[in-house]
Design a binder for this molecule. Structure first.
Ligand code: HEC
Length: 342
């Protein structure tokens, strides 16, 4: 779709109110070392005047093809930065609705689970018993709630990332779908309903009701392809990192834990081992420590902490319970072999 980060130039007009950065300084900073020499700011030229000359979409903010929403340069819950991606020749929202419909058809390739459906059924029962289902419920394994950072306890920095935008929010409005792009003068305007999302979730997502904000409960489809885990990607272990012994799983290769011991070493995180370090507190501790010992990872706020929902010995689960839960989690594709019966 369209993220503010897809085209930082679009934030220039709101930069003053949002970031306390003057428009000329904002554009100048962005363009002074542009990798494409065509867009590189020459000496002694006013950044906004230079930008007007090189702008591939004159009359619209930024480089990309966009239209201004009624509230621009303020934003709204509907369009965070007050802009909608739209190319000339289309109707308003025609492209983004088409993209949404396409994304709804995307699914990970089917997973070939263990032949043993008893294992999966047992794993699903552990998922229920451990309370995972309180948040990861329904067909897509999410209740769509936003959970306060204070409660979920994962790396906190990103939960506040959108706080500034909400300060500039006004009630969302858009143009009817028969309006064409570029917009005519004085196009009609209609309100966008926001009552499909509970107000408390919105306020938490934008760190309004709680300055630390929150994280949305993600779906669990395709976990077998998507290691490392959690929003910061810090929960990771290689296929060699753990070894079973009589009492359970132990760290066999401490230097293959976390992002520090996997992706930064060109080693792919292993989904099964990474899920085990997610749900086992004794194994997670050295993962978080490995990430925290790496200063590059700390600069980008990756540690793999929090989400302390354990399926381990201290929580009263056996090694088989833990392993079957992991098999169940890996089996969740677009058409899971075993669903939760509740
Ligand atoms: C209180 C609600 C809640 C409970 C209970 C809960 N989760 Fe989560 N889960 C979340 C949230 C919120 C996230 C996203 C956190 C983040 O990324 O910072 C998450 C993330 C995950 C992820 C990572 C998904 C990914 O794509 O990276 C997995 C796997 C997961 N949970 C499995 C479980 C399992 C297994 C249990 C039970 C042992 C469980 N969860 C219990 C709310 C919950």
């Amino acid at each position: 779709m369209f993220g503010v980060n897809a085209d930082p130039a679009t934030t220039a007009d709101a930069g003053g109110e949002l970031l306390g950065v003057d428009k000329e300084i904002y554009l100048g900073t962005m363009l002074q070392n542009a990798s494409n020499s065509k867009f590189r700011l020459p000496e002694k030229v006013k950044p906004s005047e230079f930008f007007e000359k090189i702008d591939p979409t004159p009359g619209e903010p930024g480089f990309n093809e966009v239209i201004k929403m009624p509230e621009y340069p303020k934003g709204s819950l509907f369009m965070q930065n007050g802009l909608m991606a739209a190319s000339p020749g289309y109707k308003v929202a025609e492209q983004i609705n088409g993209m949404s419909a396409y994304q709804n058809t995307l699914a990970p390739p089917p997973y070939q689970p263990t032949d043993d459906s008893e294992v999966l059924k047992h794993g699903a029962a552990i998922f229920n018993k451990a309370g995972c289902v309180d948040c990861h419920s329904g067909r897509y394994f999410t209740n769509h709630d936003v959970i306060a950072q204070r409660k979920i306890g994962t790396q906190p920095s990103r939960a506040q990332a959108s706080k500034g935008f909400a300060k500039l929010f006004v009630p969302p409005q858009t143009y009817p779908p028969n309006v064409s792009v570029p917009l005519p003068p004085d196009p009609p305007v209609i309100p966008v309903p926001t009552d499909i999302t509970p107000k408390e979730d919105i306020e938490l997502a934008y760190a309004q009701s709680d300055p630390l904000g929150g994280f949305k409960v993600p779906n669990l489809i395709g976990l077998y392809l998507s290691a490392p885990y959690l929003h910061d990607g810090g929960v990771a272990a290689s296929s060699e990192a753990l070894k079973p012994d009589k009492k359970g799983f132990k760290v066999a290769n401490p230097d293959q834990l976390g992002i520090a011991g996997t992706l930064l070493q060109n080693i792919q995180p292993d989904p099964s081992a990474s899920l085990r370090v997610l749900v086992d507190r004794n194994l997670r501790k050295p993962v978080v420590a490995a990430n925290r010992a790496n200063s590059d990872l700390q600069r980008v706020n990756v540690d793999g902490s929090g989400h302390n929902y354990w399926v381990d010995k201290q929580a009263g689960f056996s090694v088989k319970d833990q392993t079957d839960l992991i098999q169940f989690l890996l089996s969740i594709d677009d058409d899971p072999e075993v669903l939760l019966d509740r």
